[in-house]
Ligand binder design. Sequence first.
Ligand SMILES: Nc1nc2c(ncn2[C@@H]2O[C@H](COP(=O)(O)OP(=O)(O)O)[C@@H](O)[C@H]2O)c(=O)[nH]1
Ligand SMILES: [Mg+2]
Length: 322
Amino acid sequence: MKKNEIEELASGIREGNRAALSKAITLAESSLYEHQLLAHELIQKLAPLTGNSRRIAITGVPGVGKSTFIESFGKLLTDKGFKVAVLAIDPSSTLSGGSILGDKTRMEDLARNPNAYIRPSATGGYLGGIASRTYEAMLLCEAAGFDIILIETVGVGQSETLVNGITDVFIFLQIPGTGDDLQGIKRGIMEMSDIIFVNKVDDFGIEKGKEVKVTLTRSMQFLPQKDSGWKRKILLGSGLSGKGLNEVWETIEDYFYVINSNGNFQRRREEQNLLRTKEYIKEQITNKAMALYKKERLNTNMLADPFWIAEKWIRENIKFNQ
Ligand SMILES: Nc1nc2c(ncn2[C@@H]2O[C@H](COP(=O)(O)OP(=O)(O)O)[C@@H](O)[C@H]2O)c(=O)[nH]1
Ligand SMILES: [Mg+2]
């Protein structure tokens, strides 16, 4: 790819051309360093058009109904006149080769909607890199005119933290039977949550839904308050029937009102920028070092500790300032 092609891609994206957008995201996902440089030249050109969307994380265990929720919620938002992009953060994708692909078919209607754009999973070397790839795809979608970005977490565990590092609001989907044990990782996810949506209330009934809400409310009392000044909300509904989704949107609007008025929107974006910078430093040091490392085959001594072999190699090959 040449420089003038980057300019062409930039114009295409500015005009909201989907083929150009997809091509640019593919470029950003490439593991080749030259491609990364070109992708960031492109992102730099488009920078004035980025940053204005609402970045929304949709999380919850597999099967809780995230993709179905996004399909309905995406439709509701496009009906309101928004342009919606759907991305996925999937740490398992490097192993499985993109496990969200199955989900794309689940979002068939939304995929056909001219005001929606669905991009299956980003891939990328190591864990931090996956958040960076999704972040880059998000910037490109913003430049293409999408006002709302929905990011579905596909893996469990690490992916919630990764998505929390690139979004403004964190929505956690729950179903009965998973709400009472707020141990370990669950507690961490509850802490990150801004909105908890008790899903599939159509199936298990409103009474059960209310019970779950009481249990969750009780557990939430033990969580620290959110730094943003926002008080977590619990809503009930069904992604399948669409029940409760309008309330979710109203709550998101309230949320943005609160964090915009108290300065936390800006503060959060700044913190996320610092986090991304740190991730890029890690990534670029790793890439450069590996490029250098591949040029030689180390003569390893089976008796030496690989840690010290690496330490010696770094001292000899990489010049840090100190
Ligand atoms: N009854 C009911 N089933 C749902 C609802 N949302 C999703 N499902 C079903 O739950 C299963 C998993 O849904 P999916 O959206 O793929 O979940 P994900 O793994 O979290 O993305 C599918 O069989 C859906 O049809 C809902 O609101 N009500
Ligand atoms: Mg899904």
